[in-house]
Design a protein. Structure first.
Ligand code: PHE
Length: 451
């Protein structure tokens, strides 16, 4: 029997859940380390351009596809393209990309859970400098038992929420967690910028030096924009499919993109002023926040408690993202094969866990196993973020702009958004047809050395 398709309880419910999907490790863990590795303020500017010019219009397009068809990514493309095999395969690519992202994303989410435990046991209590935190991080992340147990634990949490159903589980969780996370980050930013020597960090974030920007950097900024917005693989499409046509879609999209961008920027301001104050280098790669933050808390009164709360919130922010990733796969199984949500949650949770084992071991026993010079973790991340997501984005734009067609898309977009200025809608249509696909293509080709 088909389970009835649920809908969000309110517009806020949709925004919070989609923002919950968008805000996660991508903002707090990944964005700062990419900024540190790829040139500070110049990278941030590049990122902001990608988010505004390509990200926001494609977010609108992707949610619109889901809301119109009210189905999972594959079903939505099938319906709106009248069964065209090419467009169905775009949906398939999306679901597969979600599968890959979830497998390695969940490993890092597991680390954040592990750091909750380390914080509770007081492990960081007398750390004076990031070097000590870095040593502990290296020790933990290379320990197979530690990383696989938390990887398993985190997947179990994700499955448990998916198991209980969409609106009840996701909506409730997001409503409380996001504002809490925001408050704690603001406290950390305040601490960071008032440390002695923090000014160099502010300069690092605000004064752009474009000499370090290469073609490759542009692709990384674009990939990160997609990754951070949960864009290009059907997560927003799936959440949009639970959205009612009475709601203002463009407005919701703007809120989601704004929240995601603000949290990423805050994460930058939370790390770099403190980092420079402690005399550290910005290009520390993926361990960055795990090296810096545990130490910053030691300079805050009540730091022990704040540190625990921070890692709990980080884990929860990651959880609202892993939920959205798993939900894409589950909604597909439910819609297409009328299978039970509960059984599918357990089955796919297990499969994704297994796929995540090689990336989980990439920091220890399998660190020497490389493909094209990348570890499993590096390869999964590169392929998904810098290839499949932008590819999904280009296809979304071409589908809405040309194949399904702007003539059909615009009236759908106007539903619930009757008061939006026609010029804005026209601009969106223009960007989706011409600007977004062409820009993504240029970034792709130039990073391959073709342009
Ligand atoms: N946007 C999430 C984050 O920044 C990650 C994610 C990517 C979630 C793709 C869903 C789909 O943490």
């Amino acid at each position: 029997m088909t389970e009835q398709r649920e809908q969000w309880g309110s517009r806020l419910g949709f925004i919070l859940a989609a923002a919950g999907s968008a805000v996660g490790l991508g903002n707090i863990w990944k964005f700062p380390y990419l900024v540190g590795e790829y040139g500070g303020a110049a990278f941030i500017l590049l990122y902001l351009v990608c988010v505004l010019v390509i990200g926001l219009p494609v977010v609108i397009a992707e949610i619109l596809i889901g809301r119109t068809a009210q189905k999972n990514p594959i079903g939505s493309y099938r319906e709106l393209s009248n069964g065209n095999p090419f467009w169905i395969s775009v949906g398939v690519l999306g679901v597969a990309t979600g599968f890959i992202i979830l497998s390695y994303y969940n490993v890092i989410a597991g680390w954040s859970l592990g750091y909750v435990v380390e914080s509770v046991t007081g492990r960081f209590h007398d750390f004076q400098n990031p070097g000590q935190a870095g040593e502990l991080f290296g020790h933990l992340s290379s320990n197979p038992v530690w990383s696989i147990s938390f990887h398993a634990g985190f997947m179990a949490l994700t499955v448990a929420i998916i198991y209980t159903g969409v609106t009840r589980g996701i909506e409730k969780a997001s409503k409380i967690l996001m504002p809490l996370l925001l408050i704690l980050m603001i406290i950390l930013v305040c601490r960071g910028v008032t440390l002695e020597g923090a000014k160099r960090g502010m300069d690092y974030l605000l004064k752009a030096d474009f000499s370090a920007i290469t073609k490759q950097t542009v692709l990384i900024a674009l990939g990160q924009a997609f990754f951070s917005l949960s864009l290009g693989m059907g997560a927003l499409l799936t959440y949009g499919s639970y959205m009612s046509k009475k709601e203002n879609l463009p407005k919701s999209a703007v809120s989601i993109v704004a929240v995601d961008t603000i949290i990423a920027l805050l994460a930058g301001f939370m790390i770099f002023p403190a980092l420079f104050a402690m005399g550290e280098h910005p290009d520390q790669g993926f361990p960055l926040i795990f090296n810096i933050l545990p130490v910053v808390f030691n300079s805050i009164p009540g730091g022990y408690y704040f540190r625990i709360i921070f890692f709990v919130l980080l884990a929860l922010a990651a959880l609202t993202s892993t939920i959205s990733l798993l939900e894409v796969i589950i909604s597909y199984m439910i819609d297409e094969f009328e299978l039970s949500r509960k059984k599918m949650a357990i089955l796919f949770g297990t499969l994704v866990f297994l796929l995540g084992i090689p990336p989980a071991l990439s920091f220890g026993v399998m660190s020497k196993v490389t493909i094209f010079g990348l570890t499993f973790f590096g390869l999964f991340d590169f392929l998904a973020t810098n290839v499949f997501l932008p590819l999904g984005g280009i296809c979304t734009a071409i589908f809405v702009g040309w194949f399904w067609g702007i003539k059909k898309a615009l009236p759908q977009l106007r539903e619930g958004a009757e008061d939006t200025a026609p010029l804005l809608l026209k601009t969106w249509a223009f960007v989706i047809r011409y600007i977004a696909p062409v820009l993504i293509l240029i970034v792709f080709l130039s990073s391959l050395g073709i342009l």
